[in-house]
Design a protein around this ligand. Structure first.
Ligand SMILES: Nc1ncnc2c1ncn2[C@@H]1O[C@H](COP(=O)(O)OP(=O)(O)OP(=O)(O)O)[C@@H](O)[C@H]1O
Ligand SMILES: [Mg+2]
Length: 401
């Protein structure tokens, strides 16, 4: 979400005309969130915040969407020890109309209830932390006063498929965070991703009147929209189709991995593991196996033996079971098993893209490219699968999307 482009994407100003605005945007994600700000009259100076409390010296455009409590004090983002019980995936708890199956969010729901709170309260606490961090950074930049002296347009992103109830709860969470409702707009995630994506791929092959699909495949949802470029410089976009999407983000892969893990070691043995022993294989999956999985290169048949090296995963305390390849607290998965985890999610993404292609064709503007963004959108496997499927279009993966 940005600058003048935001305005083009139908974010309406609430200020008296003539007064320049200051945009402060929160990308409230299922697994990671971000903050960006810009002055209306200097859109090219958009800053995406990269410093986070306890984030170390590594700069990162996003901070984990995590909350935990130490007494009454809420810890957030990088302060939270993921290996200990914490509240995650709470964004998905805002939309109960979707059939929620994300394990960590269900576990978090129980923690939230035990604290006598609701998901909206946790979202409010998290957004308040983001808001206060934004203030800290603006203060460091010497421009904190803009929040009190300028007309501020606050923006919070929501998935394309969010129900009205979920949008309302997002607004409530923002209110709890102290964001003035009159100055707040909710921006659909694929719209927010679109401007960023096309800016990143410019000046590549996209020119005026080109039509492209933006597919933001994140942690919770996959959100899509199709735009036509009506002007290249400054960039102006016109919506060709409505935003669509589904809850088939990367956390669905995590669920499927956990299911395979439980099936393999048996529910009885799984239930006997310590919480920490349960978290270790999940962490290896999320940090190592999943992001690096690129699929099997079928063209290189001779290399089959090497490519199917599979994965050895520690599960401390799991009893040996040679017929299930479990020995000395380690289990083994073949890459074929990992592919089976990815396949249904990729099929769903293909079908969502096909619907957008159809919508754009019906509008008389066949899309030239699909631009993949978001965490799951950065997957090599997803990229290759979409390239093989959509041969008539370019499939693009912008840097830092
Ligand atoms: N290469 C990869 N392959 C698959 N998944 C990935 C890869 N890289 C990151 N991820 C996953 O992507 C997710 C983070 O992506 P992103 O920040 O776009 O999501 P989000 O904004 O938190 O979610 P959403 O927008 O759906 O609410 C995490 O679940 C992470 O594990
Ligand atoms: Mg996101």
């Amino acid at each position: 979400m940005t600058d003048s482009d935001v305005e083009e994407l139908s974010v309406s100003p609430s200020a008296p005309s003539g007064q320049a605005k200051f945009f402060l945007g929160f990308d409230f994600g299922t697994t990671h969130s971000g903050i960006a700000y810009a002055f209306e009259n200097c859109p090219e100076d958009l800053e995406v915040i990269q410093e986070w409390p306890e984030g170390g010296n590594n700069s990162s455009q996003k901070v984990p969407t995590l909350i935990s409590f130490r007494g009454d004090t809420a810890l957030w983002g990088y302060m939270v020890n993921e290996m200990k019980p914490c509240i995650r995936g709470f964004k998905l708890l805002l939309d109960k109309s979707k059939n929620l199956s994300y394990g960590p969010a269900i576990e978090s729901e129980a923690i939230i209830q035990s604290l006598d709170k609701k998901p909206v309260d946790i979202a409010g606490i998290y957004l308040k932390k983001l808001m206060s961090h934004a203030r800290t950074i603006l203060c460091r930049r010497g421009i904190e006063s803009v929040l009190d002296t300028m007309d501020v347009q606050y923006i919070v992103t929501v998935p394309a498929v969010w129900s009205d109830k979920a949008k309302d709860l997002t607004m409530q969470a923002a209110r709890l965070a102290g964001i003035p409702q009159a100055n707040l707009v909710l921006l659909s995630e694929p719209e927010a991703a679109a401007v960023d994506a096309i800016r990143t791929i410019q000046p590549n092959s996209i020119t005026q009147d080109d039509c492209f699909i933006v597919c933001d495949a994140g942690g919770g949802t996959v959100d899509l929209i199709t735009y036509k470029v009506t002007q290249k410089d400054p960039l102006r976009l016109e919506e060709v189709t409505e935003g669509t999407g589904a809850i088939c983000g990367s956390t669905i892969l995590d669920n499927a991995f956990q299911k395979l893990l439980i099936e393999t070691i048996s529910k009885t043995h799984y239930d006997q593991l310590s919480d920490e022993a349960k978290r270790i294989p999940m962490r290896i999956w999320e940090k190592d196996i999943k992001p690096n999985y690129a699929g099997q290169d079928l063209e290189d048949a001779d290399a089959d033996d090497f490519l199917d090296a599979g994965y050895i995963i520690p599960v401390p305390g799991v009893p040996d079971c040679p017929e299930k390849h479990i020995r000395n607290g380690m289990l083994y998965f073949e890459s074929e098993q990992v592919e089976k985890i990815f396949r249904p999610v990729v099929e769903q993404i293909k079908s969502l893209i096909s619907d957008q292609v159809l919508g754009a064709k019906l509008a008389g503007i066949p899309p030239k490219a699909v631009i993949l963004v978001g965490g799951l959108g950065s997957s090599e496997y997803v990229f290759k699968a979409l390239k093989t499927c959509f041969t008539g279009m370019e499939v693009m993966q912008p840097r830092n999307a």
